[in-house]
Design a protein around this ligand. Sequence first.
Ligand code: BES
Ligand code: MN
Ligand code: MN
Length: 461
Amino acid sequence: MLEQVLKRIEDRRDQAVAGLTQLLQIPSMSAKPEHASDCRRCAEHLAGALREAKLSADVRETGGHPIVLAKNAHQAGRTTVLLYGHYDVQPAEPLELWESPPFEPTVRPDASGHQAVFARGASDDNGPVWAHIEAIRAWTQAAGELPVNLTVLLEGEEEIGSEHLERFVEQHRDELKADVAVISDTSQFARGLPAIVYGLRGLVYVEVFLTGPSHDLHSGLFGGAVPNPANILCQMLGGLHDASGRVTIPGFYDDVVPLTEAEREMWRKLPFDEGRFLSEIGLSAGMGEAGFSMIEQRWARPTCDINGLTAGYQGAGAKTVIGAKASAKLSCRLVPNQDPAKIEKALLDYLRQRCPASVKIEFAHHGGSPGVLVPHDSPAVKLASEAIATGFGAKPVLMREGGSIPVVGLIKRQLGIDTLLVGFGLPDDRIHSPNEKMDLASFHQGVRTAAALYERLAKLA
Ligand code: BES
Ligand code: MN
Ligand code: MN
């Protein structure tokens, strides 16, 4: 049956790209309140596409951006697959750096001459979501029905911390019951080298606010005699790392499980060119924790990074002023077994202890999730590996990733099942950046992989 399905996919290549292009025109930026109606429109659009593919689909309220929930007719004795994806996208700013507007998807060659569709959300995550919808459509058209029981959950708040997802999953546990979850929201290792991801880092995100004097002060009349929140913030943040690149927060590494030599060896064998990795992002040298390779630093070591910094005068030219306030946005990437609540407390304690009594310190919590490891030698992983070989024409490597997909932990906690992370993106897709793209060859390979995956996973039952 898969042969006919793959044939149908081949025949529909142009329509698949046309459908993706339509989807990418919807500016479903979840972070921006003024785009809430676009998020809803995107959810409706996807529910419509799933209905066209003969699933029953509806748009469910969550209190935030809605969730799309879709199903085929489930039959006893079949494998049940839960497919998760997110239709919300990151804000497109800075707009002036886009070569074509973020919501006017454009097909053109990328820097290395490969055809790609350029648009916000092309790779993260609407391209991969659309690849699955095409695969589902091909199954129903060519074979009459899917070979598995399928439940599709598409979220609209992934990029802003999935505030309403946990409650939704909790309340729909029965409807979401499945044998295995599938997520295509990660990347391949490289072009020609697809991957199954078995580990992701977690995240703690906090904002710190310092307030010194009641109003901005002339830096000549007051400077030297009063606490300057900008200076104090720099001192606090400047001490977060030692000279060897380690995070200095007490207890930060306590729960980090050392990498095994076997895992390090497996990663050393991957064809990773440090110089090329750096030059593609405009750098000639990296920087980080001593004693770990660049892959280890990104996949398996915890971090603490400033993600935003606001203090003093921000306009053109010089203004002699001591600003009354200073603030910073900080993220810690966590590795499995670190507890987000414990790390957040350690970070806050660290900052509080370094703040003089004359300055007020306050915090905002922007969510957290633990790092995850999923099995990499299960029957489901073997089947996924075969599906990738069919879809991409190459066997996948096993890898971890440095990014976070909090729903993986949630699915394990609430539904008791493991997730297959089968990604279609490429590492140079510029997700979250200007000129995000989805490589078209990878997209078509993704559609084939998704189709083959449903066929393979049927064998789990
Ligand atoms: N799809 C990404 C995460 C990702 C990308 C993992 C590539 C592995 C490879 C996801 O949409 C994302 O951006 N996650 C956020 C976390 C979220 C809580 C905002 C992240 O990692 O910053
Ligand atoms: Mn994503
Ligand atoms: Mn993202």
